[in-house]
Ligand binder design. Structure first.
Ligand SMILES: Cc1ncc(COP(=O)(O)O)c(C=O)c1O
Length: 348
């Protein structure tokens, strides 16, 4: 990127690099971006087809109202406590717009979702990072941090570990600013922080349809929170941030609870099988509450990742400390796991 055109605050800026997305149909085993190994509900596909009509000439509902209402019904909240976004990522960005600007600090435990760092840069906010000692323990310094915005990715990525709800609540209770709990992976975990909404006015939960609903290709997520927090997010959002097809899909997806449950159960079962296979090959593992496994191979991670890539298998490797020796492997189908394990046996 040319230094001469980008604004001064972004010179030398390291953009977030999304996981590799090779063209469809080239036979890659994609275990690098935590997509669902199973397809979305057939009712979602029908809803998208039904929405693909002449009405696409009209803008969508600016508040994604049908989706908002369906999500509110599902979580027994008011629609005023729900906002939809163009993926969880847009909701994260909206938190910056609403709660932390130039000169503010934004606090979060590390390691975590690497998108937060470039977003701080873009908003000229200062990251206030709190390294975790153990992946499932929140750093004690996070609560007292006076940042007006904190993020807790729970369960966390890339570690896959779940911070216990009482620990998260302790941070929320002593924080003067807003605490955004990114629950992108929570459907694969034993517990959500949803009950915190009953007692706290400074918390917002961020969710996505990308993982447990099999809809990463559509770009839709939502946030749940107190009315004031949702209103603040709403006031900074783009006018028509969720398109008609995504709204129709979100309604169908949230209403097909059976399909959602089956997808989650299958991923959890496959996760157990994959974890056992990796442990047998002497990988170190963090217990996962997500649809991926964070694992340290018994050989240099970079070499393992390169060996897998040669065999058209993609996993995620963040080549930086303190997680340089680790890889993040999305839970796939049984068939994908067989391919992965055979390849790992060759490489190791
Ligand atoms: C921790 C975390 N939060 C949020 C997201 C956002 O997902 P999306 O924008 O697809 O909804 C992701 C995606 O990988 C993630 O890992």
């Amino acid at each position: 990127m040319s230094k001469s055109v980008i604004r001064r605050a972004l010179q030398g800026f390291q953009a977030y690099t999304p996981g590799e997305q090779p063209p469809d149909g080239e036979g890659w085993v994609k275990l690098n971006t935590n997509e669902s190994p199973l397809p979305p509900s057939p009712r979602v596909i029908e809803a998208i087809k039904a929405a693909a009509t002449d009405s696409l000439r009209l803008y969508p509902s600016p508040t994604a109202q049908p989706a908002r209402e369906a999500i509110a019904r599902r979580f027994e909240l008011e629609p005023s406590q729900v906002i939809a976004g163009n993926g969880g990522d847009e909701l994260i960005e909206m938190c910056f717009r609403a709660f932390a600007g130039a000169g503010d600090t934004v606090a979060y435990p590390t390691p975590t979702y690497p998108l937060l760092e470039p977003l701080c840069r873009m908003h000229e906010a200062e990251p206030s990072t709190h390294p975790t000692e153990l992946p499932w323990e929140l750093p004690p310094s996070l609560g007292p941090d006076p940042a007006p915005l904190k993020f807790i990715v729970n369960p966390n990525s890339p570690t896959g570990a779940l911070f216990p709800m009482p620990d998260v609540e302790s941070v929320v209770a002593v924080s003067s600013g807003v605490v955004a709990i990114d629950e992108a992976y929570v459907d694969f975990a034993p517990q959500s922080c949803l009950p915190l909404l009953e007692h706290h006015e400074n918390v917002v939960l961020l969710r996505t349809f990308s993982k447990s609903y099999g809809l990463a290709g559509l770009r839709i997520g939502f946030a749940l929170g107190p009315r004031d927090v949702i209103e603040a997010l709403s006031s900074v959002k783009d006018s028509y941030n969720v398109d008609r097809l995504a709204i129709a899909a979100a309604v169908a997806a949230i209403e097909d609870e059976d399909h959602h449950r089956e997808l989650v159960e299958e991923v959890i079962k496959n996760r157990g099988e994959l974890a056992r296979a990796l442990a047998e090959m002497e990988f170190d593992l963090v217990p996962s509450a997500t649809n991926f496994i964070f694992a340290k191979p018994p050989k240099a991670a970079a070499a393992v990742v390169a060996g897998l890539r040669e065999r058209k298998i993609l996993v995620r490797h963040y080549d930086r400390e303190p997680i340089a020796g680790w890889v993040r492997i999305t839970v796939g189908t049984r068939e994908q796991h067989e391919t992965l394990i055979a390849a790992l046996k060759e490489i190791l």
